[in-house]
Design a protein around this ligand. Structure first.
Ligand code: NAD
Length: 259
């Protein structure tokens, strides 16, 4: 098997849709065996079947530590090792003004995005440290870097992912394990389609809506973010750890201001 991830084993959470799906497709095409983890069983199973050999789906709720522990164990049992853990599953949740925050929504947003990334890091480190090798990636957002570009609780958890990843990167570098964050801009996916188009299934509507406000010649797509993840996951980035990589058409660099 050739490719930039030849021989590697990657777990991708939120892998049934959007950025996770795009990353699963690209990593698999680059020679990795991929474990697609998601709460959405139908799309996850279908993607694994479409990719074929070297791809499996494991139903996982990342907010549940026992699910994430079993996910990592399944990757190791099935493919013999874990090289890349991509903590990408996320929900936006808890929309609306701060004084009307629905705490149940807030708790879910924190549990999926931040607790989920923590569980992923913990259990990836459990198997990567003894091998003195591995890469942990996590998905943040411009909302985690800038104020006023996303719902407040979502901003908090996405900022938290950066703090968590930077700390874990410092802790794990002496064990040969790298840990980095990706900051996607507004990407055409179910998440944005639910916000700017006719619903989570309306990806064409999201493409049109985001295209009208795109910072560059077209909106960001999952494959753009996957390409950033591929670099960070590959041996080309062997000394890149503790960074935050924006794949956002300059959104965070411009402080969130429109061109
Ligand atoms: P998406 O909705 O297409 O994909 C998210 C996936 O996460 C879905 O398949 C969903 O089922 C899964 N998921 C939700 N809760 C889960 C749980 N508890 N356990 C396991 N899986 C769960 O959206 P996307 O745009 O691909 O989002 C991927 C990541 O990128 C998220 O963390 C999101 O916050 C982040 N992000 C997205 C954008 C954007 O504009 N789309 C921008 C910045 C960051």
């Amino acid at each position: 098997m050739s490719g930039r991830l030849a021989g590697k084993v990657a777990v991708i959470t939120g892998g049934a849709s959007g950025i996770g799906e795009g990353t699963a497709r690209l990593f698999h095409a680059e020679g990795a065996r991929v474990v697609i983890a998601d709460v959405q069983e139908g799309p996850g199973e279908a993607l694994a079947a479409a990719l074929g050999e070297g791809a499996v789906f494991v139903r996982t709720d990342v907010s549940r530590e026992d699910d994430v522990a079993a996910l990592v164990d399944t990757a190791v049992e099935r493919f013999g090792r874990l090289d890349v853990m991509f903590n990408n599953a996320g929900v936006m949740g808890a929309l609306g003004p701060i004084d009307r925050t629905r705490m149940a929504d807030a708790d879910l947003t924190i549990a999926v995005n931040l607790r989920g990334a923590l569980c992923g890091m913990k259990h990836a480190a459990r198997v990567m440290k003894p091998r003195r090798s591995g890469v942990i990636l996590s998905t943040s957002s411009p909302a985690g870097v800038l104020g006023g570009v996303g719902p407040h609780v979502y901003s908090a958890v996405k900022a938290g992912i950066i703090g968590l990843s930077n700390s874990v990167a410092a802790e794990l570098r002496r064990f040969g394990v790298r840990c980095n964050v990706i900051v996607p801009g507004a990407v055409v996916s179910a998440m944005t389609a639910g916000l700017v188009a006719g619903g989570a299934d309306d990806l064409d509507g999201a493409e049109r809506a985001l295209g009208r406000t795109a910072y560059m010649d077209r909106p960001l797509r999952p494959a753009d973010v996957a390409a950033g993840a591929l670099y960070l996951a590959s041996d080309e980035a062997s000394h890149v750890t503790g960074i935050v990589l924006p794949v956002d058409a300059g959104m965070t660099g411009a402080g969130g201001h429109s061109p």
